[in-house]
Design a protein around this ligand. Structure first.
Ligand code: ATP
Ligand code: MG
Length: 362
């Protein structure tokens, strides 16, 4: 390989979200990618003057791995370790998964570090995507199965009602048929909501995320005019993107409405707060796909947090922790955002709940 090819290869490593370094078997750094610099908060020159071993809480484990790989006892070695960030002495060391592997040169080793939290998040996202696919299928079939008999049921109750005589008994029986019709209608609208995101065709146009936020903000403030503040923290440099504006408004609205509903107590106390925050994100992985640029919209509230017993399942249909909730809001939002190649996830503790919508940008 020519030197030019080699340097092009090294540059390609800068696109990765995981930290990668090329080192000599003694740990001295030959190259470190951008992700490495960012996490260590050191300039590339400083990184490249360092010895990797100095950064590990358990240096012996790394030394042993590099030694084993370089004398070909094994071609690669994986282990968990703690990375010390020298530039930030007060900070906790960062848990990472380390992979040491051979390169085509015996005097050079490749060391990859994956943040454990990042790994856990990626695993969780992939699981969510798979689950959403599976439940989507189930819902669609089930909803169709319910719809037809339900129509029959309602029609029959109506005919029955027409047959009833205007006597006292007839009026009493009428109440029963009313119940059937009413409940059938309720079920019908539930089924319609279940099917809605799959039925409507997308109307694609240029979408400005802040226009979406502003619409949602005014809708929610109209619904909760007292005791609730909706703060904005926008990165106005974010570009427009292609998408279905109305659907995205619906998706964000469901999330902000949930936050407002969770804030009931604070709303009566007058210190309820929701923040809409937009940020740019680089080199993000959504599901299995990687994007150079994305936007993040955080919906943050100071409410009690998602009840722990449903925390892992809030994006599932019919999961609700709220009296009178149908448990469809978040399912719908997730479906809409996924139709835009994006992803919603949630981080919640009492006093701070953060729903993050990530959407790829052109
Ligand atoms: N910001 C939040 N704070 C606390 N809990 C939340 C928050 N957002 C969602 N939840 C919990 O997640 C559950 C599921 O939300 P989802 O929007 O899917 O359904 P729902 O609000 O119960 O019903 P629907 O939206 O269909 O009327 C809620 O019932 C609530 O318990
Ligand atoms: Mg809801």
């Amino acid at each position: 390989m020519s030197d030019k090819d080699a340097s092009a290869n090294l540059q390609a490593l800068d696109m990765l979200a995981t930290m990668v370094a090329l080192v000599r078997p003694d740990g001295s750094c030959l190259f470190a990618n951008t992700a490495f610099e960012t996490v260590m908060q050191l300039s590339r020159r400083a990184v490249e003057r360092s010895n990797l071993i100095d950064w590990f809480a358990d240096a012996a484990r790394l030394r042993e791995a590099m030694e084993g790989v370089s004398r070909n006892a094994y071609s690669s070695s994986r282990f968990d370790a703690l990375l010390r960030r020298v530039s930030r002495p007060g900070e906790e060391p960062l848990p990472v998964h380390v992979i040491v592997s051979q390169t085509d040169r015996p005097d050079q080793l490749l060391v990859e570090l994956i943040e454990s939290a990042q790994q856990a998040r990626q695993d969780r996202e992939e699981r969510t995507l798979d689950q959403v696919q599976a439940t989507k299928e189930l819902i669609r079939n089930l909803a169709h199965e319910i719809k037809n008999p339900l129509g029959g049921l309602r029609g029959a109750a109506q005919l029955l009602q027409l047959e009833l005589q205007p006597t006292e008994l007839g009026a009493e029986l009428c109440e029963y048929t009313e119940v059937i019709i009413h409940e059938a209608d309720r079920l019908q609208s539930l089924v319609d909501r279940l099917l809605a995101p799959h039925r409507k065709a997308q109307v694609v146009g240029d979408v400005n995320i802040h226009e979406v936020c502003e619409r949602v903000r005014s809708l929610v403030l109209a619904e909760f005019p007292k005791g609730l503040k909706v703060l904005r923290d926008y990165d106005i440099s974010l570009p427009d993107f292609r998408g279905d504006r109305e659907q995205l408004i619906q998706a964000v609205l469901n999330i902000v409405q949930n936050a407002a509903q969770a804030l009931q107590v604070r709303i009566s106390d007058g210190d309820a707060q929701i923040t809409l925050r937009t940020r740019v994100a680089r080199q993000v992985t959504i599901g299995k796909q990687r994007w150079r640029l994305a936007l993040e919209l955080h919906v943050e509230d100071n409410g009690p947090g998602v009840p722990p017993e449903i925390r892992d399942r809030i994006f599932y249909p019919l999961v609700s922790g709220r009296d009178g909730g149908s448990g469809l809001g978040l399912t719908l939002s997730q479906t809409i955002v996924q139709q835009h190649q994006g992803m919603i996830d949630c981080d919640s503790e009492p006093g701070r709940t953060d729903f993050r919508i990530t959407l790829p940008l052109p």
